[in-house]
Write a protein that binds this ligand. Structure first.
Ligand SMILES: [Zn+2]
Length: 181
């Protein structure tokens, strides 16, 4: 029984030492907390044994001393662990802020892309409107602004789209007297 307990304690010290070497202050502190909890249980068990068997009294004292030492170790680690926890929280807050900034930036970019697309959509429409702003009449050989009321009355079969005034005149069309293109 005593050998097993001693083995356990040695094992835990090795574990605690290795975590101290390779892990952060926070995990060291957590490991120390576990060690204190384990030793507390062992001390309680040893106390019960020592009541019935005076030979167990020494084991109880050894365990008590080890518990006191483990508690000291835990307390010594506490400040560093708290500091590390605060650092981790600060890092998380900074990361969260970065994520929010990235999202805001992406929203701006999306808005900019949408605005650009809007401009691109408008430009060809405007260009098409200006390029098809003249309508010729095959029958009368007159040409009009697309908005002229004569165009609305025109037989669709007689309509000829003309991109410019020059094109209309060179094709033999004469300007309408009503809209005067
Ligand atoms: Zn006209």
């Amino acid at each position: 029984m005593r050998k097993i307990i001693r083995g356990l304690i040695v094992g835990m010290f090795v574990l605690a030492f290795s975590t101290m070497c390779f892990a952060s202050a926070l995990t060291d502190y957590q490991a120390a907390q576990v060690q204190v909890a384990n030793l507390t249980t062992q001390v309680q068990q040893a106390a019960l044994l020592a009541q019935n068997d005076p030979a167990q009294a020494q084991n109880y004292q050894v365990l008590q001393a080890q518990l006191a030492q483990a508690q000291q170790t835990m307390q010594a680690l506490e400040a560093a662990a708290v500091q590390e926890l605060q650092q981790q929280q600060a890092i998380q807050a900074a990361q969260q802020q970065q994520v929010q900034q990235a999202a805001a930036l992406q929203a701006q970019q999306t808005a900019a892309i949408q605005a650009k697309q809007q401009v691109q959509q408008n430009t060809p429409a405007q260009a098409a409107a200006s390029s098809a702003s003249y309508i010729g009449n095959k029958n009368t050989k007159k040409f009009h602004y697309a908005g002229c009321s004569s165009v609305a009355d025109m037989n669709p079969g007689n309509k000829v789209a003309l991109s410019s005034r020059e094109e209309a005149i060179s094709a033999g069309y004469v300007p309408c007297k009503r809209c005067n293109p």
